[in-house]
Design a protein around this ligand. Structure first.
Ligand SMILES: [Zn+2]
Length: 292
């Protein structure tokens, strides 16, 4: 149990983003949910500013009480689902707490998270967060609390049921759902040992070589991490002689091609292809994939 809780707290999750097909009815409903959430967010901003002026606290409990009162008083707010509204209160409280922490830590201004700011109708695109209670997936469709159903264009299968979803509209007008799935263990990624990279010339000094090695190591770590985060598979490939091997038959030329030679010609099978394309295919073969 502890292990799972720890994983979900840190960055130990992967995001899967898919395009959504949204009917005009669903779009109206999503936009209505967003306008309620935006109102609530701005109300939180106003309360938090006032609390700051008056030297009062404005934590999640107080904001939660504010939400209950507002929902009792306003039918319009009550018409929206309570799940994204409660989530919004938590998101707001978190972002306010982060800003206060940065101020307390006396971070330089530009490094601070900044207090949550007001959201404007024509500047901030719709965006809704739903936790497990607020959505379900049924026959490939995404059902959000409040009876909104949208079709997900699945580009990949989710390895596990998602713990939350972020539904948002981009500037282009396209809608997306970003599902959060607990991290797939790193050992399930098929990883080789090396990353293809430029050879470090022997003429470089030991220091320069060390620096280049470190840069390659950092790039490799970043690639593996990005693959994990986005639920992709990273294949690391041994870089040696990728320019000398033939992608077609696997034969190896006796000498490395000079950089000026842009075409690979195989003496064994006679295949002729652009040098970089041949190398790319060799890497695909080494990764256990089928070159197209
Ligand atoms: Zn060949």
């Amino acid at each position: 149990m502890t292990a799972i809780a720890q994983e979900s707290e840190g960055d130990g999750h992967a995001r899967y983003t898919c395009r959504l097909r949204v009917s005009s009815g669903a779009r109206t409903a999503l936009e209505a949910e967003w306008s309620r959430c935006r109102w609530l967010w701005n109300e939180c901003c106003a309360r938090s500013k006032k609390a700051h002026r008056d030297g009062e606290k404005c934590g999640p409990a107080r904001l939660d009480r504010m939400l209950t009162e507002a929902r009792t008083a306003m039918l319009w707010l009550r018409e929206g689902s309570s799940v994204p509204q409660q989530q919004l209160i938590r998101d707001f409280a978190k972002s306010r707490a982060k800003a206060l922490k940065d101020i307390k830590a006396r971070f330089p201004m530009r490094q601070r998270a900044g207090m949550p700011r007001y959201k404007e109708k024509h500047q901030d695109a719709p965006s809704l967060n739903c936790t497990r209670r607020g959505f379900r997936l049924k026959s490939g469709r995404l059902h959000l609390a409040g009876g909104i159903a949208v079709t997900v264009v699945w580009s990949r299968d989710l390895p596990e049921p998602p713990s939350s979803v972020h539904v948002y509209r981009e500037g282009t007008g396209a809608w997306y759902a970003s599902f959060v799935v607990l991290a797939v263990p790193a050992d399930s990624l098929r990883l080789g040992r090396w990353l293809h990279c430029g050879r470090i010339p022997a003429s470089q000094s030991a220091m320069a070589r060390k620096a280049a090695d470190a840069a390659i190591g950092a790039t490799k770590a970043a690639l593996v991490e990005m693959a994990r985060k986005h639920g992709r598979t990273a294949h690391l490939v041994h870089p040696a002689r990728t320019t000398m091997d033939c992608a077609q038959c696997g034969a190896r030329t006796k000498h490395a091609l000079p950089l000026s030679e842009r075409t690979y010609t195989c003496t064994a099978c006679g295949v002729v292809s652009p040098r970089d394309k041949n190398s790319a295919r060799v890497m695909l073969v080494r990764a256990g994939l089928q070159p197209g």
